[in-house]
Design a protein around this ligand. Structure first.
Ligand SMILES: Nc1ncnc2c1ncn2[C@@H]1O[C@H](COP(=O)(O)OP(=O)(O)O)[C@@H](O)[C@H]1O
Ligand SMILES: [Mg+2]
Length: 309
């Protein structure tokens, strides 16, 4: 096989899967359809990668041979395996490194992401506990294989169509409680490995790799009992005071580029006044303009401490 032949066969396979070979192309396709020179096609035919289904003076019709199909499928398998190994390595090393603490949740999510069969996870709990960050990190690692949705914005294409179209392995749903009823209903079926019917071509689409769902929601009350029962619901508890100090310092240094000293100062001054990491971030952003104390009093209200410098 010559260099580049595999790419040609892939092109042809793509063409064949985009048309109805039984109906429209009973006598095969010609070089014009696939835009490959006749001489090249005739070489692929001689090598056994194409079957010649029809020949007249004006038309030579080909289709992929069984030999070519077998080659393409083993090639695809290899690619998948390579990708799989790469993802597993990344999972072990990189995933969630920007999240401070939450060690059990990290372990749980890594295990589910590596598991062969789906276990769906819902992260729940008060705001600013890194729930969205967990989903975001998974998306970064899985790229094309993951779809990220915010509950309130799924209605445009519709969840069902989106999944049928992109065939993701992982569905990440933030603010799950805001999802509309139609999408919620679709989700119920998807989570049980429901088969999808692609309406357009009437072709049934089997999801070989069943979908895994990782969702986040501040509140659970809005979710129906049958949806809740499909998830392992993992509650994130508010940070303790000592955890809050560590998280705030880490976030301010790593994400807001503050010096260790300034981050420490903000964390200490917020201790006992706020449990919300987002408060710390806002204060860090205003501090260069008005100083830490003033930023705290402006944002959180209450008395300004006067012992500055
Ligand atoms: N444990 C943590 N590690 C790193 N960043 C955190 C952590 N907890 C909160 N944050 C930060 O707090 C902010 C809010 O986090 P987010 O994931 O949006 O929270 P949630 O979705 O739970 O409301 C983000 O900027 C995030 O970086
Ligand atoms: Mg969030």
């Amino acid at each position: 096989m010559k260099d580049g032949d595999m790419e040609l066969l892939l092109e042809v396979a793509k063409f064949e899967s985009s048309v109805d070979m039984e109906k429209e192309y009973r006598i095969g396709w010609s070089w014009r359809h696939v835009r490959i020179w006749p001489a090249t096609l005739s070489r692929l035919f001689k090598d056994g990668y194409l079957d010649n289904v029809f020949r007249s003076n004006s038309f030579t019709g080909y289709k992929l041979s069984e030999k070519a199909k077998a080659l393409l499928s083993s090639n695809r398998q290899e690619n998948l395996e390579d990708k799989e190994t790469a993802t597993q390595l990344k999972l072990a090393d990189d995933l969630f490194t920007d999240i401070i603490g939450h060690e059990d949740v990290k372990t749980l999510l890594k295990a589910t992401l590596l598991a062969e069969k789906p276990v769906h996870i819902m992260l729940t709990g008060p705001p600013a506990l890194a729930k969205t960050l967990f989903l975001w990190d998974i998306e970064q690692t899985f790229g094309e294989q993951a779809i990220w949705l915010v509950g309130s914005a799924t209605s445009k294409a519709g969840l069902w169509d989106l999944v049928a179209e992109r065939e993701p392995r992982i569905l990440l749903i933030d603010e799950m409680d805001k999802m509309n009823a139609v999408d919620m209903a679709a989700l119920l079926t998807l989570m049980e490995g429901g088969r999808l019917v692609r309406a357009k071509r009437g072709r049934e689409l089997d999801i070989n790799n069943p979908l895994k769902v990782v969702a986040a929601s501040n509140r659970l009350e809005k979710l129906s009992p049958e949806l809740r029962s499909r998830f392992a619901i993992r509650r994130l508890n508010p940070y303790s005071r000592s955890e809050f100090l560590i998280v705030v310092k880490g976030v301010l240094v790593r994400k807001e580029n503050l010096s260790g000293e300034l981050a420490e100062e903000i964390a200490q001054k917020l201790d006992g006044r706020s449990q919300d990491v987002r408060d710390a971030i806002r204060i860090a952003r205003l501090a260069p303009q008005v100083g830490v104390d003033k930023a705290i009093s402006l944002l959180l209200g209450g008395e300004t401490s006067t012992n500055r410098d």
